[in-house]
Design a protein around this ligand. Structure first.
Ligand code: SAM
Length: 250
């Protein structure tokens, strides 16, 4: 997998950070002493949780050294760790609050991972995309299928909402869960392509042989996205994005 590109990711920082603020606002916990932000990326989610709990000891963990370098540049004094979420879940230091915004969909085997993470938390707060059936994703899969690479793509990974209820409810005393569909307003349909170049398209592009094949894939994707997300009356494009949230209290 090519390195995550924090600049590309942060082109839509406002839109990507809003769900994180919405998640942080729903946590019912007074004064967590220690917090870990799993898949902290360039530190935008860690900033949100630090603003809510300024006295807590905070750690940001991410497997991408480029993302951690970008986070460290924003906040040199905070604790940043290059590490794998699954590795931390198996034996990492427990924290009062385990927070994860838009990252756990990249980690596999949720049936094993989520209970392990919950064991290391008093409170677990998670947001993941829940829009695998949106046209922008369906189109990626259709192009991959036609180009014969579908089997090589390690797509992100989420189950339907009830799955997480069944997994977590028996393991905690309270579970708050909800779904929000954001209507992001983009300047044009190309911006949707740029959005996914920073995230969801990455595993598809990685499965292709070379840059020429990647360019052809993106060109076809761009054309199909343009047809699927037409301009509205003011010329801008509405980009619906559905997300699943939960806060589990052990
Ligand atoms: C979409 S970004 C989310 C960044 C940030 N939390 C936010 O709210 O915008 C996903 C991050 O998860 C990280 N990631 C993906 N798989 C991971 C894993 N197995 N262990 C640790 N970090 C992982 C990526 O490197 C990336 O920085």
């Amino acid at each position: 997998m090519p390195e995550w590109d924090s600049t590309q990711y942060l082109r839509f920082e406002e839109e990507r950070t809003q769900p994180c603020r919405d998640l942080a606002a729903r946590i019912r916990m007074e004064r967590p002493a220690s917090i870990i932000d799993l898949g902290c990326g360039p530190g935008n989610s860690t900033e949100v949780i630090a603003a809510r709990y300024p006295e807590a000891a905070l750690t940001g963990l991410d497997s991408s050294s480029a993302m951690i370098a970008s986070a460290r540049q924003r906040h040199p004094g905070w604790q940043w760790v290059v590490g794998d979420i699954a590795g931390w879940a198996r034996g990492g230091e427990p924290h009062d609050l385990v927070f994860s915004n838009a990252a756990l969909q990249w980690a596999g085997d949720h049936a094993r991972l989520f209970p392990q993470i919950l064991e290391r938390a008093r409170v677990l707060a998670v947001q993941m995309p829940a829009n695998r059936d949106a046209p922008a994703h369906r189109i990626m899969r259709e192009i991959a299928e036609r180009r014969g690479i579908a089997g090589d793509v390690r797509e992100w990974h989420t189950h339907e909402e009830g799955y997480y209820y069944e997994l977590l409810a028996p393991r905690c005393r309270r579970l708050d869960a909800w779904v929000t569909e954001y209507l992001h307003v983009m300047p044009d349909a190309d911006a949707i392509v740029e959005w996914y170049r920073g995230t969801g398209l990455r595993p598809f592009l990685e499965a292709l042989a070379d840059d020429a094949a990647r360019e052809r894939f993106v060109a076809e994707y761009r054309e199909r996205i343009g047809a699927e997300y037409p301009p509205r009356a003011d010329g801008r494009v509405v980009f619906p994005f559905r997300r699943l949230f939960f806060v589990a209290y052990r």
